[in-house]
Design a binder for this molecule. Sequence first.
Ligand code: CDP
Length: 245
Amino acid sequence: MSKTPEKLINEKGLRLDGRKPDELRPVKIEVGVLSNADGSAYIEQGKSKILAAVYGPKEVHPRHLALPDRAVLRCRYHMAPFSVEQRKSPAPSRREMELSKVIREALEPAVFLEYYPRTSIDIFIEVLQADGGTRCAGITVASLALADAGVPMRDLVAACAAGKIDGKIVLDLTDTEDKNGEADLPVAMMPTAELITLLQMDGMLTTEEFEEALNLAVQGCKQIYEAQKEALKAKYIEIKEAVQE
Ligand code: CDP
């Protein structure tokens, strides 16, 4: 087990991994990584590694769950047993059920569900390695998997957390910062309309700190959004080049 650090921010104002307070972890995204899913994407945000796959729109099973006027969006957030320091049971935990629900609710406003009545769109999020911020990275990568599946959307959904460690508001907390810090504020949004679709908070913040953290998280989401668009474009540039060869 990793030891509890005494300080999360050093005298130079840098965090344990050398980041400035308002700095994101390095983000690497790839779209279209699975050939058997309708859409897929993979993200590495620092040491967190997450895969998302989308199936659908397709016939709903069981059929009584079908809605006459729109598609049902279903989401499963799952952590691999080897994704955390202490082996996690593969059975769904209460935390995974909650995260599956909030992630679905964060993505739902972006999807034109009314285009596909009586169908389902299923999202699978597999956390392969967890080091904090997995619900946000899960939303980021799942919205790309939806886009890769060709599901019409109002915008991508980008997500990022801010929080408070050693009395300072910081962006994109690691697991150690989350566990030893004072607060964590995950945010998801559709950046073009600046519409927030997820806002949660763990810990304590004053009103001023909350506003500072929210503004920082929004800036983080906008940076993530740029990385999402680059990753989507990269896939289609690859396809175009392959067709031209
Ligand atoms: O991942 P996220 O910050 O969205 O969710 P959290 O519930 O705040 O969990 C923070 C971190 O705790 C996760 O990213 C994992 O690194 C860690 N965790 C763990 O070590 N074992 C678990 N069973 C669940 C979470």
